[in-house]
Write a protein that binds this ligand. Structure first.
Ligand code: HEC
Length: 202
């Protein structure tokens, strides 16, 4: 018994130190690389102000942004986010037209294209107001993404299954996500005039 008691801690300690070593080992390269390669490339195109903000993001948040970019297979060369937003709107409208005309194939195709929208020149971060480029505000992005793109995929799946009423039901979920993201990240209503004396009501 005494010997057992004496020996017993050894594997425990071993296991404990292995467990302790694993997260540490996983963290070292992450910290060393500091940032995913695609983000490093994008950083080179950022203004000093934006670069500073992005450097200050937590490794977790940087990973999240990288994942959001990596989840999209199409990259724009010169296209801005606003232009891509118009592509997204065109796809959304195409889905609406497809649903209204019982065209399941177009509904599915346009919804999937919306979900896999192109990533603008410089990535998403370049187009958010600087004061929103922080862990707290950007932390909602995966949720926004899920509401818009997750529901677009569900819509496409329903259309593929021939269930058009179900497909149609996701349209308002998707638009709820568009509106939520605009409330948070779009600097102002589009096209505000600098030549009007009284600013917009909101
Ligand atoms: C990740 C947040 C986010 C989501 C989700 C999002 N948008 Fe946007 N959208 C923006 C931002 C930020 C701008 C302003 C970009 C700029 O002006 O540089 C914008 C701009 C736009 C514009 C250009 C006109 C304007 O307001 O400046 C359109 C059109 C648009 N979005 C449509 C949509 C539609 C449709 C959806 C949903 C299918 C959607 N957006 C989802 C963030 C988002």
């Amino acid at each position: 018994m005494k010997v057992m008691k004496h020996l017993a801690p050894t594997p425990l300690i071993l296991a404990a130190s292995l467990l302790a070593a694993c997260p540490a080992a996983a963290e070292t390269p992450k910290n060393a690389a500091a940032m995913p390669v695609e983000m490093q490339q994008m950083m080179k195109t950022y203004s000093p102000e934006l670069r500073k903000k992005v450097m200050a993001l937590s490794p977790e948040l940087k990973g999240t942004i990288q994942q959001l970019h990596a989840g999209h297979t199409r990259r724009a060369k010169e296209t801005t986010m606003r232009q891509i937003m118009h592509e997204i709107l065109a796809d959304y409208q195409a889905v609406a037209a497809a649903l209204a005309t019982d065209n399941a194939e177009l509904a599915s195709e346009a919804a999937r294209r919306l979900a896999n929208h192109r990533i603008p020149k410089g990535g998403l971060l370049a187009y958010f107001p600087l004061d929103k480029v922080n862990d707290n505000d950007l932390g909602v992005l995966p949720a926004m993404n899920e509401i818009v793109e997750g529901n677009a995929i569900k819509l496409a799946d329903a259309a593929d299954a021939g269930d058009m009423p179900k497909a149609a039901s996701y349209m308002s979920d998707i638009m709820t996500g568009c509106v939520a993201c605009h409330q948070k990240f779009r600097p102002a209503a589009p096209g505000v005039s600098a030549n009007l004396i009284s600013p917009l009501a909101r």
